[in-house]
Design a protein around this ligand. Structure first.
Ligand code: ADQ
Length: 804
């Protein structure tokens, strides 16, 4: 730092001095030029005044009177010395100080005498005493005897008699004041330069200290504390002040550092406790090991990053989806490729010539390949066959599936389109590992397997698989199952979905089903059918408040009053803040978070709330139910109808029971951010999940993960896959309105001890069976699939025929 300052001062000294000297030099030059012009003008003017009188006297032949005339003309001592020479160059008369005349350069008189023109010159010369009357032309050695060099201005005007030149009038003015003036300017400037240098150096050093060194020192101090684990990531930005772009980079580095440290600490804790909790980090390491030299390709309809126009700018948004949370760490760890429908309205502007981009945008770690669909394709494949056909077909929620031949056609075409893209992406990859998501791509496994038998392919079916009779409604059930059986691993959430699938295969196709191994052999290919209950991420950094109390052997009660632990103010603050924001009047809050979907049982839970208020009126003005409903598939008539029905039911209940200061139901119809949803989870006394049928239901698990205070009650439909694992929830039949209302009452009145006990057990389940474990299980099974040697030999890794 010391050396930096020295160098800065030296650079400033040299720089400012050079600039100041340069500028002074030009100032002096200009000043001298103006003084010289002024002197020349004055001398010429003086000569012009004297010339007619001298010529007149010379024409009259009165040469003796010339000295007197000159004395008369030269009235003041500071006027130039004057001399008159005849045509031979002999001095006829002189006035004033005679010495300057001796400075006349040789041949100076030639021009006026021979050419009849005026001659002028600035001459720097020593005064050389010379006998008066010596011709200037012969005074060649004048500088040798007198060393005082002075500046002179000399002007010689020809004198005429008619047309004839009869002599010359010479004027010699002392111009040395010009030289002295210049020196004076230099002297003054020198002092100015010194003062300026001192001022600039001092100001610069102060500015460097205030605006550079201090923020840098503070930031360095923050980084040091961060390295030692004594600082928060968020604190850093303010330390950087104006160095914000640098702060952003460093903050992201710091976040990585914090994450890495948290992961390491979590790993250490886990090792210490001999537990088996999966973390993103552990998953990444595990998957890298399993994949070896293989490469991972994920296919889903929904993409992990969308570029969407927001006002004047474009934002890159992450759609709220459990899938992204689960799959991203794997892809990041092995630099795989994610193939998905480019559905953002600005997506096309952010891909390269091959429709690819590297993501996450801040820290690219894997490739996203976007697939473009026309409006017709989207309507037929996504809204039509997938969501009006397969979705209600697989959910027993009494909404009739609609199957149109035209939609089926698009479904096949879009599956073939994705297959083409996938095959193109993995053309140069040996041993590709393909993980396909959901019911949008039932045909894809077979398409891939046919073209690349060496690829290991898994598909995960995120929704339930109904019983064989129900599935039989689908006119293209055989094609769908045949498509799925191209996969080596077919995953469902729970065992009963696996059972239903095997039964359906038994009924529909020629295939050998093995109920012991849960596998299906068809046309020589083996597919394993496995339950992989999906889950949510577990934030290994969040310290569980109950664990905290347990570790320190503190008395456990309502965690907010655990002795020795900072009070759980967050929850109280969130709670009262939400109350203010929503105008909630009431002591207890129940929350429901869903896509606006008929399978989620939103109307049924509203009826249960109504029933609760009817049966137990003492809850009036004490309980509020907040339903957050994200608009979903809004162009499908059954969804639009559901929305109206939900709105009408909410209005009716509020009309019936609401008072001027209290509304029993608050409906928030929008997609919220993860953080927003989390705030509701943290503040809610009860989370109500009443799906009529659900593959798993992540909301139930998100609620548990959010409750680090180990408080809160989960009411869960027994028709949701999650009910298999979360036995400590209050399990309900959502169709039984009285039962749900009773469960709500039980939840509201449950003792703190029981709440905590149930919550703790469910949290342990979710923690140990989190989404990282899910991803690891699927990929472990997939990577373990043996591909026969003759299959490998048959595999064409070269260009394939287009399927789409
Ligand atoms: P979904 O039917 O979408 O998933 P779910 O599992 O509950 O249902 O997941 C919904 C997700 O959306 C949750 O992460 C939730 O937080 C979020 N969400 C819902 N409403 C929201 C809102 N208003 N604002 C913001 N976020 C909101 C399908 C199957 C499920 C299965 C999952 C995963 O239907 O059974 O659990 O896939 O496999």
């Amino acid at each position: 730092m010391h050396f930096f300052r020295l160098r800065l001062v030296a650079a400033l000294l040299v720089g400012i001095t050079l600039i100041s000297v340069g500028s002074t030099y030009f100032d002096v030059l200009a000043h001298k030029h103006s003084l010289r012009s002024d002197l020349a003008r004055r001398t010429q003017w003086f000569g012009a005044g004297a010339q007619p009188q001298i010529e007149q006297q010379m024409a009259a032949g009165q040469f003796d009177g010339l000295p007197k005339l000159l004395e008369r003309l030269r009235q003041y001592p500071d006027q130039p010395s004057m001399a008159i020479y005849n045509t031979q160059g002999s001095l006829l008369a002189a006035a004033g100080d005679i010495l300057p005349l001796q400075t006349l350069p040789a041949n100076f008189l030639k021009r006026p005498l021979n050419e009849g023109k005026e001659a002028t010159a600035f001459v720097k010369a020593a005064e050389n005493p010379r006998p008066a009357g010596a011709t200037p032309a012969t005074a060649g050695n004048r500088a040798q005897t007198n060393t005082t060099a002075k500046l002179w201005y000399e002007d010689a005007i020809p004198l005429h008699n008619g047309q004839e030149t009869v002599g010359t009038l010479v004027m010699v003015a002392d111009a040395d004041y010009i030289r002295l003036d210049g020196m004076q300017v230099w002297r003054r400037s020198f002092l100015n330069i010194v003062a300026l240098v001192i001022l600039v150096v001092v100001v610069t050093l102060l500015m460097v200290r205030w605006f550079l060194l201090q923020p840098v020192t503070r930031a360095a101090e923050w980084l040091r504390r961060l390295r030692q684990g004594n600082a928060e990531v968020g604190e850093g930005a303010k330390e950087f002040g104006y160095l914000i772009p640098l702060a952003n980079e460093v903050t992201s580095l710091a976040e990585n550092l914090t994450r890495a440290r948290a992961a390491a600490e979590a790993e250490a804790r886990l090792r210490d406790a001999a537990e088996h909790v999966w973390t993103a980090h552990r998953l990444a390491v595990h998957v890298r090991e399993r994949l070896g030299s293989g490469k991972l390709f994920v296919v889903s309809n929904r993409e992990p990053y969308m570029h969407v126009r927001q006002g004047a700018g474009v934002e890159c948004v992450v759609p709220p989806s459990g899938l992204v949370t689960a799959i991203e760490p794997i892809l990041q760890a092995c630099d795989g490729t994610w193939i998905a429908h480019g559905s953002g309205n600005e997506d096309a502007a952010f891909v390269d010539a091959n429709d690819r981009l590297r993501v996450p945008p801040d820290e690219p770690r894997y490739t996203l390949r976007r697939v473009w669909l026309s409006a017709e394709e989207e309507a037929g494949y996504y809204e039509g066959f997938s969501n009006e056909g397969l979705w209600p077909l697989c959910h027993i929620a009494h909404t009739r599936p609609i199957f149109r031949a035209n939609d089926w056609d698009y479904y096949q075409r879009v599956n073939a389109k994705f297959a083409d893209v996938l095959l193109e992406e993995m053309r140069d990859t040996e041993h590709p590992v393909v993980f396909i998501q959901d019911y949008h791509f039932a045909l894809l496994p077979q398409m891939i397997k046919k073209a690349r038998p060496d690829a290991r392919v898994a598909i995960f079916w995120h929704i339930p698989w109904p019983n064989a009779e129900s599935f039989g409604i689908c006119p293209w059930q055989a094609e769908l199952i045949d498509g799925l059986l191209g996969a080596d691993v077919i995953g469902f959430h729970i065992q009963s979905h696996c059972n239903n699938f095997l039964e359906t295969v038994d009924r529909v196709l020629e295939a050998r089903t093995d109920w012991e191994q849960f596998s299906i052999r068809r046309n020589g290919h083996l597919s394993q059918v496995r339950p992989f209950p999906i889950s949510v991420a577990w934030d290994e950094r969040a310290m569980d408040r109950a664990e905290y109390a347990k570790e320190r052997d503190l008395p456990i009660g309502r965690p907010a009053i655990v002795r020795g632990m900072p009070p759980n103010e967050d929850r109280e603050n969130t709670y009262s803040q939400l109350h203010r924001e929503l105008g909630i009047e009431g002591k207890q809050m129940i929350v429901g978070v869903d896509r606006m979907d008929y399978t989620k049982g939103i109307v049924e839970r509203l009826l249960a709330i109504e029933h609760l208020l009817e049966e137990h009126p003492w809850y009036l003005e004490k309980v509020v139910f907040v339903q957050i409903a994200a608009p979903s598939r809004t162009r499908i008539p059954s969804y639009a109808g559901l929305r109206v029905q939900v709105q009408e039911t909410v209005e009716r209940i509020n009309r019936r029971y609401g008072t001027s200061g209290w509304k029993p139901v608050i409906l928030i119809e929008r997609q919220c951010s993860h953080d927003e949803v989390r705030r509701y989870y943290e503040a809610a006394d009860i989370c109500l999940v009443t799906s009529l049928h659900d593959g798993m239901n992540l909301v139930a698990k998100e609620y548990l993960a959010a409750r680090t205070d180990c408080d809160g009650v989960l009411i869960l439909s027994r028709f949701a896959g999650a009910a298999q694992e979360l036995r400590d929830a209050l399990l309900v039949n959502p169709y039984d309105v009285q039962q749900v209302a009773e469960a709500i009452r039980t939840g509201l009145e449950m003792s703190p001890g029981e709440r905590r006990l149930r919550m703790e057990r469910m949290r342990t389940q979710v923690k140990e069976h989190n989404v990282y474990r899910w991803a690891s299980n699927v990929l472990t099974d997939l990577c373990a699939v043996r591909i026969e040697d003759e299959v490998l030999a048959r595999s064409p890794r070269k260009p394939h025929l287009k399927l789409a």
